[in-house]
Design a protein around this ligand. Structure first.
Ligand SMILES: Nc1ncnc2c1ncn2[C@@H]1O[C@H](COP(=O)(O)OP(=O)(O)OP(=O)(O)O)[C@@H](O)[C@H]1O
Ligand SMILES: [Mg+2]
Length: 233
């Protein structure tokens, strides 16, 4: 297959939750192109569909109608096994609620994507420790995530999403628990790592302190992208 130029391409993407009177239309027709090499930020009011959209892009949630292509692959045509393979190889996801596994140490949490890709345990843990260190958590990998502060747990979640060097990285509010300096360190690292060699990054955020790191900012409202701003930076 030819190498795709576009990392993410969505057309008329819709998604509803629930049935009948209780149905919520989370996405009402999203059109979006994210080229390789771009850091796109996604903003908009609570409930407008940001997490829903990036969950579909990360192929952890199925859409109802419309198209979503990631790295040239049409998600609607992939079966569960193919989607799992795509996620494992090419996608990193920082969840809004971190979703760390409490019974594993922080370094083991970070190592999970490597272990799933067949990397040996010792090598996976060593790499996990290096990524944690780059996020200011050197020496903290041995403890449980619940013994860390919120901001530290958030960085463990980012480390886990980055560790296997995915081509597509989606992050849901990755700086919400971080002070300005730690947020800057994280964003510099995300730009450097995630944009290496034709990758792409989509970051949902309310944090206007980090807008300067974006190539473009898409604003969502009520299940649609309503404006797109290019940043001059
Ligand atoms: N699993 C679900 N079941 C039912 N409704 C859902 C589910 N997930 C999301 N929704 C609804 O879909 C809409 C969009 O939710 P979504 O989580 O995408 O919003 P968001 O823009 O990420 O908001 P926030 O900024 O608060 O995180 C909301 O009305 C939400 O209540
Ligand atoms: Mg959300």
């Amino acid at each position: 297959m030819a190498e795709p130029q576009v990392a993410i391409r969505c057309r008329g993407l819709t998604k509803s939750f629930g049935e009948g009177e209780a149905q919520v239309k989370a996405l009402r027709g999203v059109d979006l192109d994210v080229p390789l090499g771009e850091l796109l930020m996604l903003v908009g009011p609570s409930g407008c569909g940001k997490t829903t959209l990036i969950s579909i892009i990360a192929s952890v949630l199925d859409h109802d109608s419309g198209d979503c292509e990631v790295l040239g692959r049409d998600l609607a045509r992939l079966n569960a096994r193919e989607k799992a393979r795509l996620r494992r190889a090419d996608i990193g996801f920082v969840f809004q609620a971190y979703n760390l596994i409490p019974s594993l140490s922080s370094a083991e949490n970070v190592a999970v994507p490597l272990l799933l890709n067949g990397v040996g345990r010792r090598e996976a843990l060593a790499k996990a420790e290096r990524v944690l260190e780059s996020l200011g958590l050197g020496g903290r990998g041995g403890g449980r995530p619940n013994d860390l502060s919120g901001g530290q747990q958030q960085r463990v979640a980012v480390a886990r999403a980055l560790v296997h060097e995915p081509r597509i990285l989606v992050c849901d509010e990755p700086t919400s628990a971080l002070d300005e300096k730690t947020g800057d360190t994280l964003m510099r690292l995300l730009r450097e790592v995630a944009l290496r060699e034709g990758r792409a990054l989509v970051i949902v955020t309310h944090d206007n302190r980090i807008f300067k790191y974006a190539d473009r900012i898409a604003t969502m409202n009520d299940g649609r992208i309503v404006s797109m701003d290019s940043r001059v930076s």
